[in-house]
Design a protein around this ligand. Structure first.
Ligand code: HXC
Length: 274
């Protein structure tokens, strides 16, 4: 698999989440869209490590079940109910299930995303719309469905963004449009929901080893040229993104809202390598 290919060639930097406090997120309930795999599962692991209960939402029931088993193995309380974030009613049902199993949500991670390379003039209208629907509309649906909980818990939302939101990228017009929309949604909610004590931030990951996004953009073994372009000279581990997510979304980030936090090994300073 891409995961084993990546880990065979990539030394693990260290134990990125081992340094986190095991009580930092005690009493917190996190709802994570796209939480069954990739970066969002890394975030779920970090939250579990910090003592949070974790609710996973994704399209594939079996994938969620596997992730839930792993997180329970870490000692976390876990709930999951499959939903496509493009379907607001299904997403609401997944949120309702999470609340009934684990209690009110205090951290929402809007992480579900779709991506493929396509020329702007060649992709269908439906192709463009599909990515906007998953990334931007899905993020809005997740924020809205968890708002009543977040209002009660004075919680926070973390949007998973991408460099494409800020930097024009060939064959990523659909993704850039969707992620740029997410960045503004993040800021609008920070302003609008600040009075409820709800914080809203975005996290901008760079290339992360063993994720579907990387497989799609750099090929299953990763693109060495791209890797060399990263100032730190390697791709991230999902848990390295997760560790920063735990800091931003949890109590350590109590005065951080309307902000974007980049976790990209410095890649944004030197270009994407393409
Ligand atoms: C052109 C494409 C295409 C491609 C799909 N389409 N793939 N067009 N090039 N490679 C078109 C289809 O033809 C169709 O249009 C429309 O998009 C919808 O496709 P479906 O397959 O019906 O959609 P669906 O089954 O809902 O799948 C959604 C998906 C898929 C986005 C297309 O790739 C997916 O499920 N992805 C989720 C996983 C993922 O991508 N993770 C990576 C996220 S990484 P027509 O007109 O034919 O109906 C990320 C950050 C990247 O977001 C940053 C990394 C640095």
């Amino acid at each position: 698999s891409a995961e084993s290919a990546a880990s065979a060639t990539e030394p693990s930097a260290h134990d990125p989440i081992g340094h986190l406090s095991s009580t930092m997120l005690e009493g917190h309930v996190a709802f994570i869209t796209g939480g069954g795999s990739g970066i969002n599962l890394g975030i779920a692991r970090a939250f579990a490590r910090c003592g949070a209960a974790v609710a996973l939402c994704g399209r594939t029931e079996e994938r969620l079940a596997g992730a839930a088993e792993e997180l329970r193995g870490m000692g976390a309380q876990v709930a999951y109910k499959a939903a496509d974030v493009r379907d607001p009613e299904a997403l609401q049902a997944s949120v309702d299930h999470a609340v009934s199993e684990l209690g009110d949500i205090s951290i929402t991670v809007a992480g579900a995303a779709g991506n493929f390379f396509a020329k702007a003039e060649e992709m269908s209208s439906n192709a463009f719309r599909t990515v906007v629907d998953i990334d931007l509309m899905g993020a809005y649906h997740a924020a809205k469905a968890t708002f009543p909980s977040l209002q009660k818990t004075r919680g926070s939302i973390l949007f998973i963004s991408a460099s494409q939101a800020f930097k024009a990228t060939k064959y990523q017009a659909h993704v850039g449009a969707a992620k740029a929309g997410i960045e503004m949604l993040m800021q609008d909610l920070a302003v609008e929901w600040g009075e409820h004590g709800i914080r809203s931030n975005s996290l901008v990951p760079g290339p992360v080893a063993g994720t579907e996004g990387m497989t799609r953009l750099a090929g299953p073994t990763g693109d060495d040229m791209w890797k060399r372009a990263v100032p730190l000279g390697r791709y991230a581990e999902t848990e390295e993104v997760g560790a920063m997510a735990a800091v931003l979304a949890g109590p350590l980030g109590a005065y951080v809202t309307g902000s974007q936090y980049t976790v990209d090994g410095g890649l944004g300073l030197v270009g994407s390598g393409h």
